[in-house]
Design a binder for this molecule. Structure first.
Ligand SMILES: [Fe+2]
Length: 172
């Protein structure tokens, strides 16, 4: 399974200034999700994980500030479980229709700009209802070893183990 990351166009980058084009041609929405400190979207429900899953919008999530970890689960994929340590430099992460997803910020919080593509049946009252993993195949996918996506040496890389844990271990 190859995830899609839509690149951003940087106009100017200096130690104090970053100026870039964040627009996406195919998008018809502009949603900002601001986490101050550690936060989860959608929040857990009494310690049980909750996810968003869309029927009428394709998400394109771009980190504006900080770092955000996305978890994606889609039982129709050959690799159904992904963990993405998303940074701005990776571009906008596309989340296809029918994909269970949630995102978690680190201690400093983060700002994510979602520029989705909504179809004519989009209804905000229905698209953003948090869901639990309520069937066997979803729970099995969640328990399967994830594919990890990280930004390393100016490239998006995928791993079948957690490279950040490896790094922590290396330093110990
Ligand atoms: Fe979403």
């Amino acid at each position: 399974m190859k995830l899609k990351f839509l690149p951003i166009t940087i106009f100017r980058e200096t130690p104090k200034v970053l100026f870039f084009d964040a627009s996406l041609e195919e998008s018809n929405g502009c949603d900002l999700v601001i986490h101050s400190e550690e936060a989860i979207s959608p929040p857990d429900d009494f310690k049980e994980e909750q996810y968003y899953v869309h029927n009428h919008q394709i998400d394109h999530n771009l980190v504006i500030n900080g770092e955000r970890t996305f978890v994606l689960i889609n039982t129709s994929w050959d690799e159904p479980h992904h963990v993405i340590y998303l940074k701005r430099s990776m571009g906008a992460l596309e989340i296809p229709i029918g994909t269970y997803h949630r995102s978690i910020s680190g201690k400093k919080g983060s700002i994510v700009l979602n520029q989705p593509k909504k179809d004519k049946f989009f209804d905000s009252k229905r698209e953003f209802i948090p869901k639990k993993l309520n069937n066997k195949s979803l729970i099995k996918a969640r328990k399967s070893p994830p594919i990890y996506w990280i930004w390393e040496n100016d490239k998006i890389k995928r791993f079948s183990f957690n490279p950040l844990e490896r790094r922590v271990k290396t330093h110990n």
